[in-house]
Design a protein around this ligand. Sequence first.
Ligand SMILES: *[C@@H]1O[C@H](CO)[C@@H](O)[C@H](O)[C@H]1NC(C)=O
Ligand SMILES: *[C@@H]1O[C@H](CO)[C@@H](O)[C@H](O)[C@H]1NC(C)=O
Ligand SMILES: *[C@@H]1O[C@H](CO)[C@@H](O)[C@H](O)[C@H]1NC(C)=O
Ligand SMILES: *[C@@H]1O[C@H](CO)[C@@H](O)[C@H](O)[C@H]1NC(C)=O
Length: 504
Amino acid sequence: MLKSKTYFVRQKPDRSLECNKFGYKCFRLHTGSGLQRIWFRRRTLALVLLVCLVLCMSIRLSTNNQPASMLYQRWFENLRHLSANKSPTETRQIERDIENDKRFPKILRTARQRVFDVNCAAVLRGDLKEIKRGRTIMDKDGFVRGGNISDISYIKLTKDCDKFKENRDYRNYILSATEKEFPVAYSILLYKEVEQAERLMRALYTPRNLFCLHVDMDAPPEVHQAAQGIADCFPNVFVVSRKEYMVYAGFTRLQADINCMQDLMQRNKDWKYFINLPSQQFPIKTNREIVQILRTYNGANDIEGLTGNSRLDHRFKFRYVYKRVAKDQIKPKIYKTNNQRADPPANVTMVKGSAYGVFSRAFVEWMLQSKTARELLDWMRDVYSPDEFYWATLQYNQNLGTPGSHYSGKPDNKPWLAVHAAWGGVDPCKGKYVRDVCVFGLGDLSALVQKRHLFVNKFYLDYQPRALECLEEWLHNRTAEPAHQPVNLTYYRQLHFINTDRVS
Ligand SMILES: *[C@@H]1O[C@H](CO)[C@@H](O)[C@H](O)[C@H]1NC(C)=O
Ligand SMILES: *[C@@H]1O[C@H](CO)[C@@H](O)[C@H](O)[C@H]1NC(C)=O
Ligand SMILES: *[C@@H]1O[C@H](CO)[C@@H](O)[C@H](O)[C@H]1NC(C)=O
Ligand SMILES: *[C@@H]1O[C@H](CO)[C@@H](O)[C@H](O)[C@H]1NC(C)=O
């Protein structure tokens, strides 16, 4: 039999029997067969409890009420997300990385100046003097744009992913719970100038969004390698599994997006919307705002629709063929023949639109599986610019049972908010027109940021690069301030094409 032992908090065993008299309290604790007696001083106990209470309260207050702490809360949410579904070994590595400040910055994203020779804030306010000054700076000899990273440099830079992410500012973005629950999948089309595609991706980058990079099969080897290098640095960025050989206005342009859609579908079940982009577009909404707007769409697609004369019937009534006319012509071109084509399958009515749009996941899933959609795709092979017919035709032939198609009015009357482009003879352009589309300059920015659209088209890195850089600075500032002016959703809520059914 074990003998019961008596323990004393104070080394005064002789007072054990008079504990209450001297202000000590006696406790009897049962541990196994032994009886333990622990002494506490009442005042010490009260003090410890009080200190504990004050500490706990202050921690609670600071995490619940202060915006700065909310940032950290989101930061930790993000952290938890990273370790979800990971093996214990991987989780330990993540924890080590976080401790060593490898995975997350100690410094949170802050609004800051990125362009120093031009006052972007003034340019965005439409300050004509500053715009003029900026243009003079860009015209000067020896002007160097921000970034200016060659395709070859990307191959080198992405060899050290940690450094690449640090230097290119990918790290310090804090994801809100809403964004975390609503990932968006993108395809980005590129055939040269990796930098522009990368800057576009960076503007939309969150650890939850998915990016499929489609590099033209015909692009120089360094472009393929650079894109692969970037993809290898992020678990949520990849190069398309089947690259297409691009021909201007050809079928492969459409096939490229479908290849990305297929890959994205297999990648995960999380993403809610798909948006296809060429490298020359840029967002005018933050990821958070894009998510808020897409949530308002509630499963509806945003696809342009044009009928009547805008439909350009000759593009699908006649057969178009690929030809190399000149011997030194590298890529074939598309030429019209006089062969009339049969009507499209399934008695669909042709509708023209844009190659670009906002597509719900249900739409993508349906398009990839539907027999009619496949037949129509096949029929599109010798159409001129089939990407400008396929999405629109699927969307506005509601009898096909197209998911995300909730609008039955005249397609032309429906606002289309995926991307704003300024067309020659219609929209103002302070930059220059190339093939009838405005390449934006500094003077366009103040009007652009007022638009309801998600993206604007287009920018060239070698034409007024400060325009794109100022837009980057503006957008970056807006992602840095969690309390920034939220997007006014009233406009989006009253749109006729959105899905107004409540999600149960
Ligand atoms: C971005 O924020 C910085 C720091 O507050 C400010 O100096 C700059 O003017 C802002 N840029 C724009 C375009 O608003
Ligand atoms: C890009 O950098 C190179 C040197 O690395 C320079 O010669 C060139 O002028 C720069 N181009 C632009 C547009 O800034
Ligand atoms: C084809 O569509 C037209 C109207 O778009 C309709 O009048 C006609 O009945 C349809 N034909 C068939 C076979 O479904
Ligand atoms: C939001 O937009 C609606 C119309 O689109 C307008 O009536 C309303 O005043 C705006 N609200 C704010 C706070 O700007």
